[in-house]
Design a protein around this ligand. Structure first.
Ligand code: GRF
Length: 194
């Protein structure tokens, strides 16, 4: 399966996916795109020989559809079977999502359905949660609400700062996302709990 990945920043999840898609893996990375031309992940993907493209979302202002039309061009040119959002920080319109419904994944740094949206670690700490984690789900028009394909849990430790919890969760993201994509690329939609 041809896999395209969208990022907005460092791309550590994207790297974890690319590093896993080797050998007999059913997926092959064919494209990495970003809404930020300065995203460090673009350089790291290019160094791994993957086609990359950036479309700066800022000139499009509030015209979300126009940005997406520009971003869609290089994505479609790579003819992906699966689209993975990995630290991609733009909300996508239902029209864009519909194009990839049933073959688009996202990783979210909380145990959905808890804490959709932003600042997930701060919210877990503020709530006094003793457990946190991350979720890989299929992307649907409703933000952070598609069918869950996998979750990984971590303890919240006494005195945890947001940064400490974020780092502990991010390490699990790098385990969970590749494991889910490997199954998903083989047509296995069963839920994986790490
Ligand atoms: C991280 O906060 C991660 O939890 C979330 O997106 C952010 C950046 O991830 N998925 P990455 O390093 O760009 O993959």
């Amino acid at each position: 399966k041809r896999v395209a990945v969208l990022i907005s920043g460092g791309g550590s999840n994207m790297l974890a996916l690319l590093r896993d898609m080797v050998g007999d893996h059913p997926g092959r990375a064919v494209f990495v795109g970003s809404n930020d031309p300065t995203a460090p992940g673009l350089q790291r993907a290019a160094e791994l020989g993957v086609a990359v493209a950036a479309v700066d979302h800022r000139p499009f202002g509030r015209d979300r559809a126009a940005f997406e039309a520009a971003m869609l061009a290089p994505i479609l040119a790579s003819e992906p079977d699966i689209l993975c959002l990995a630290g991609f920080m733009r909300v996508l319109t239902p029209e864009f999502v519909r194009r990839f419904e049933g073959r688009m994944l996202n990783i979210h740094p909380s145990l959905l359905p808890k804490y959709p949206g932003l600042h997930t670690h701060a919210r877990a700490l503020a709530a006094g949660d003793t457990e946190a984690g991350c979720t890989v789900h299929e992307v649907t028009a409703e933000l952070d609400a598609g069918p869950i394909l996998g979750q990984a849990r971590v303890p919240v430790l006494p005195g945890d700062t947001e940064a400490a919890l974020a780092e502990r969760v991010l390490r699990q993201e790098h385990r969970l996302y590749p494991a889910v994509l490997r199954r998903y690329a083989q047509g296995d939609r069963s839920r994986l709990d790490l």
